[in-house]
Design a protein around this ligand. Structure first.
Ligand code: ZN
Ligand code: ZN
Length: 146
């Protein structure tokens, strides 16, 4: 899919970050696979494609991407932090049984604005917690993939 490479190129440009091979690979993995991966999982995925990618380089790339706002730390829950590409705004659902993190389609919270007063908000996201469909969520639906 060439649209992803276009999106990635534009994101690097907009954030004014040099798109090194490793940074590109890290962001590409997070965006294309829609995963919420730990640093170790990202390293393994990138290393599988490019065996020359060392753990230190991948971890450093992840750090610079996070600093630049292209990647965000989603949830750690006392365990290893999970990372997500932050180019497309969305909310999250965390299953308290299996630990699965799912993307929830973006929606605004117009009612919340008043509560913030004069504070200037740069970004926000909602994290829902509960039981996912696989673990027996309230309305099991079939044939639905995301
Ligand atoms: Zn679950
Ligand atoms: Zn996500």
């Amino acid at each position: 899919m060439s649209s992803i490479s276009t999106e990635l190129r534009q994101a690097f440009l907009a954030a004014d970050v040099r798109p090194t091979v490793q940074r590109y690979a890290v962001l590409h993995h997070l965006l294309r696979d829609g995963v919420h991966a730990t640093a170790e999982e990202i390293f393994r995925a990138v290393n599988r494609q490019d065996p020359r990618a060392s753990r230190a380089t991948v971890y450093n790339s992840l750090k610079s991407l996070t600093r630049a706002g292209l990647v965000r730390e989603v949830i750690s829950e006392g365990k290893a932090a999970r990372y997500d590409a932050s180019l497309r705004p969305h909310h999250h659902f965390v299953c308290e049984r299996c630990g699965q993190v799912e993307d929830i389609a973006w929606f605004e919270l117009p009612a919340g604005k008043q509560a913030l007063g004069a504070r200037r908000v740069r970004s926000f996201e909602v994290v829902f917690r509960g039981v996912c469909e696989k673990c027996g969520g309230s309305q099991p639906r079939t044939g639905e993939t995301t």
